[in-house]
Design a protein around this ligand. Sequence first.
Ligand SMILES: N[C@@H](CCC(=O)N[C@@H](CS)C(=O)NCC(=O)O)C(=O)O
Length: 215
Amino acid sequence: MRLTALRSVPDLARGFVRDLPVRWAFEEAGLPYAVELVSSEQLDSEAYRRDRQPFGQVPALRDGDLTLFESGAIVVYIGERSPTLLPADPAGRARAVTWVLAALNSVEPRTQALDLIDVFYAGEAWATLRRPQAEHLARLRLTKLAGWLAGRTWLEDRFTAGDLVMACVLRALHCDLVRADPVLQPYLERCLARPAFARALAAQLADLDRHAAPG
Ligand SMILES: N[C@@H](CCC(=O)N[C@@H](CS)C(=O)NCC(=O)O)C(=O)O
């Protein structure tokens, strides 16, 4: 299987590009994968949108004749080949997929809204006005997630693809809402302590370093 990843990104995106959850899933599954590095010009092309990713983004996955996009969908696809990521029993599998969707649909929209304000629009008048409400909404969602995780090691009774995607969402938040939380921060540390995460992160950074402009 071959995934697309970006050839170069701004410094703040290093280690956070969306091919990371896919690489992590491959590492957890113990499956080999190839990477096709693409430039921002390629991403922007009609051909890439037609053949790989309709929105002109990474990652996209090729497996034979099949092309997939959306990091969550790709993680689930890889998970179908790995009991480490998706339990064999149908109920356990459905719960794990539910957490993948919860991470991307229920948690990330709120953390991402806050990140947009803090990272991309910091200091702009509208962002300053919007921030308290955005923080409130993110905090509400994260507090409920922490409530679910209290007393648990993982989102379900064992690590799954749901934890992998949730960890990627939590890790991306710039402000300290996760770092300051006595449940979420240790949970995130547990997820990121997995050797497969370290290998995935190193692989993304190595690919970016290989193509970094000298200087
Ligand atoms: N929902 C998509 C989001 C993918 C995404 O945001 N990719 C970014 C890199 S992290 C990208 O390709 N950005 C380039 C662009 O949007 O033009 C997924 O999870 O796969």
